[in-house]
Structure formats: C-alpha cells, structure tokens
Design a protein around this ligand. Structure first.
Ligand code: PNS
Length: 164
C-alpha cells in the first residue's frame, strides 16, 4: 500500500459482544490494509445485550494491541460512515454458507448506494462456528465462554448475567 494514500478498511458489525472470531477477522484485515476502522452499529432487527457504549468499550479493549485499528460508532448508514471515515472497502467475515446469503444483498446494496466494495474473509477454522448470539445464549444458561472471547469480554458477560 502506498504511503501517500493509505487504504482504510471498515469492519462493521453489532459486536454484541465482540468475539475472538471477530477479532481474528479484524486482525487479518489490519495485516492487509493500512488502517482499519471497526464500526459498531445498530441493527434494527436485533435486541442487544450490551449498550452501544458497552459494545464500543469492549471492542476498544479487544483491539488495544493493534496499532492501525480504531473503533467508532455507526450513526446512520454504513456507507455514510465509510465515506466519513475515508474507508474504501468493507471487510466482513464468512463462517458458513448462510453468512454469504446474509452478506451478499448487503454488499450489493452498499455498492449500489456508494460504489464501496465488500471483501469477505473466510473465518479461521479455529473460530469458525462462534457467534455472539450463541455465546449470549449459552452464557445466559450458565456456560463458561472464556475460550471464545477476551478476558475483558468474559468479565463483562459475567457482570451482565449477574444483573439479570
Ligand atoms: O453484526 P451485524 O448485526 O450484521 O451488523 C450489521 C450492521 C450494524 C453493521 C448493519 O446493520 C449496518 O450497517 N447498519 C447501519 C445501517 C445501514 O447502513 N443499513 C444497511 C446495510 S446494507
């Protein structure tokens, strides 16, 4: 990548909460692109366990060791967020075929709206099956999720479950 025009990528998502699978995709994007902005958004079809501020804080602590990665809230359309951040590409992880069915129309819509392209990175085998919703489900039934998330996220999940 040229030093004159750094290529900025956006890794958008709900991150409710951020998992080691998300972090793997973010790390791999950070090795490909000059800068990565993690966009924490609000999917109107979802009920969140963590507030937007909590999700931002958990992502912030998870990416602390990655020098070229930052996090910001998505307020409005993802394509507007990308334009504001100077991001030229959206990067998302693909775990299985159903992810592709979910991502394809969004990628096509975002390209139609703004010309921005989406790059889909296959999930690593190690983290392939992790989803935030599955973690929330098993954690709410008392399971230990420490092997799927960072220690800070595991602690935040424990606190959240104790408050319920
Ligand atoms: O992890 P998710 O739930 O798939 O994240 C989806 C998110 C929040 C990134 C997406 O809903 C989003 O981009 N929302 C912002 C509004 C928008 O641009 N919607 C159209 C996306 S095609």
């Amino acid at each position: 990548m040229s030093a004159e025009s750094p290529v900025i990528a956006c890794c958008p998502g709900s991150f409710d909460p951020v998992t080691l699978g998300h972090l793997d995709v973010i790390e791999r994007a950070s090795a490909i692109f000059d800068q990565v902005i993690v966009g924490v958004g609000r999917n109107t079809t979802k009920n969140y366990l963590f507030s937007l501020d909590e999700r931002l804080d958990l992502v912030r602590s998870a990416i602390a060791g990655l020098a070229n990665v930052a996090v910001a809230p998505i307020d409005g359309l993802l394509v507007d967020f990308c334009a504001h951040q100077g991001a030229k590409v959206i990067v998302k992880g693909l775990r299985f075929a159903s992810d592709f069915d979910y991502e394809l129309p969004m990628a096509q819509l975002n390209t139609a709206l703004s010309g921005i392209e989406t790059v889909l990175l296959p999930g690593s085998r190690l983290y392939g099956a992790i989803s935030s919703s599955m973690l929330r489900e098993v954690a709410s039934n008392g399971a230990d999720v420490t092997s799927f998330v960072t220690p800070a996220v595991a602690a935040a999940i424990r606190v959240k479950m104790e408050q319920r």
